[in-house]
Write a protein that binds this ligand. Sequence first.
Ligand SMILES: *Cc1c(COP(=O)(O)O)cnc(C)c1O
Length: 365
Amino acid sequence: MAKRVINFYAGPAGLPLPALERARAEMLDFENTGMSVMEISHRAKEYDAVHNEAIALVKELLNVPDNYKVLFLQGGGNMQFAMLPMNILHSGRKADYIVTGSWAKKAYKEAVIVAGDNARCIASTESEKFCRLPRPEEIKLNPDAAYVHFCTNNTIYGTQWKTFPETGGIPLVADMSSDMMWRPFDVKPFGFIYAGAQKNLGPSGLVLALIRDDFLEMCSDKLPTMLRYKIHAEKNSLFNTPPCFSIYILRNVLAYNKQLGGLGVIHENNLKKAELLYGCIDKHAGFYKPWVTVKEDRSTMNVDFFLPTEELTAKFIAEAKQNGMVGLKGYRDLGGIRVSMYNAVTVPQIETLVSFMEEFIRRNG
Ligand SMILES: *Cc1c(COP(=O)(O)O)cnc(C)c1O
């Protein structure tokens, strides 16, 4: 048996063990082909089945209506920061951006590179170092926006939108890289959703995207071919060689999600995990000081908190590692501790972390 750690990395992050075990079992001989899935032509029927099963699982798990296309794209979340405005913000179109963290700000900056003043920041909590989300009355929507972009989970600062911004019918666009499929949600208000796979879905580099037909219609035909959403939609994400192995791993993760009982069960687990960890933090608020000030805004995926001193922080990280828990060091600009507990992190693993935190405070509090 391989010795596995409890993985709290923010991304790439841990994947469900059964999804990896399946990949190991199928590595040398994928379904009696005598090849690994990496070695099969992307035009062969064996790969095609994996590709289409992955798409079908996305649709099933999220209950995606027929007027959406599921896309597999490359270049990570960052590529979508640029590809989205390139496709949509032509012919003088404008868009609104809500800036709630480093990734949301990067998305906005790329849109400004593409569209200049036509990309508008309509709300930001940067002056408060992104320790909360903007309240509805702080968001000043423009009625002429082609979309409103936001980031559902702010991976670095640990805030998460539990209810989505109200836009009065303007399509929402979301970067869901760090909380895609943490629960079921209604995709219908969204024109476009994208998620880098390496937090909740699979390997880095791969992006899962959903695009609504009317939004697809708005996309530019004048871009280089690889950058056009329309081409990827027409070709079922097989315009060029897709990242076959990454899509295969995503298929394994989603098949496992389905086997668990779907996103409803995953949601319940995630709520339990959040209750356990925030419960411990709140109980010892004088010792474990949370970064996010507004409780409703707290992320169920990434939890930032601070210990009283740098020395204690270093000791916490080192002792956690001795106890088989890795990836707890806070983001470089923020310091402290960050616990990333994506779907693959189990309730018992959070129980282990919380016992460690209780024990740590008994010895050091
Ligand atoms: C990790 C992350 C990204 C970056 O994705 P890359 O694949 O590294 O480009 C973008 N947005 C959010 C919210 C993230 O958490």
